[in-house]
Design a protein around this ligand. Sequence first.
Ligand code: 4GY
Length: 237
Amino acid sequence: MKFDVLTLFPEMFDTLNSSIIKRAKEKNLIEINLINIRDFSKDKHKHVDDTPYGGGAGMLIMPDVVYDAYNSVKSENAKVIYLSPKGKVLNQNKVKELAKSQHLILLCGHYEGIDQRVLDEIVDEEISIGDYVLTGGELPAMVLIDSVSRYVEGVLSKDSTNEESFSESKENLLEYPEYTRPLEFRGKMVPDVLTSGNHKEIEKWRKEQSLITTYKKRPELLSEEQKKEAIKLINKK
Ligand code: 4GY
C-alpha cells in the first residue's frame, strides 16, 4: 500500500519512524512518500500562500502549487483524500474500506486552508478525524495512515488480528479488561477465571465484560437488545 502525502510540513511525519509503522515500512508492506508542496512554488521566494479574495484573516494555499504537487504523484487507481473538519468523520468501517486501496494521496491543508478550486478538481473524498479544529491536516493524515496500515496484511501479528476480530468486527464492542503479572497489585487480585485454565469460561467472561464495558462507557454503541443483556449481566453480580 502506498501513501503519498502532500504537505508543507513533511518533518512532522518523522513520528511515523517508530514502532509498528517503522517496521511495516522496513518490510515494504507500506510505503510513505512525503511531498513538500513548497517544492512546487512558482517564485524564487518559494511562496505557496496568499490572502483570501473578499478579505478575512490569514492565508490560503494557492491552487496551482497544490495541483502541480498532485500531478507529480497521481496514478490511475489513486484516491485523493483531503483531511478537514468538513469531511465525514472517520470510523473503523471507513478505515477498513480505505485499506483495500493500493494508492492513497493525502492532502494536508494548513493556515486557513486551500483554494476551493483545486479541491473541487482533485479531491475524491473529504475526511475528518473528529469534530474539533487543528492547525493543519498533518496529524489527521498520520492518524489515517496509522489506522489503515493496521489492516495491511503482515503489519500486525496474526494473533492481534484474530483477537481483534472479536471486539471489532464480530459485535462492535469495546475491549474487555486485561491483566498481567503480578497476580496481586495494591491488594487487587487478577479475576479468578483468568487463572482457571478453563478456556471456554474465559471466553464467556471476556464476552460479558466487553458488553458491560461498552454499556458503562459508550452505551450509544449498543442496540436496545444488547443494553438489556448488559443490565442483566450487571445485576447478576
Ligand atoms: N478535525 N479532521 C481536521 C482539522 C485542520 C486549516 C484545513 C480534523 O481532519 N482535519 O482540524 N484540520 C484544518 C486547518 C486547513 C485543515
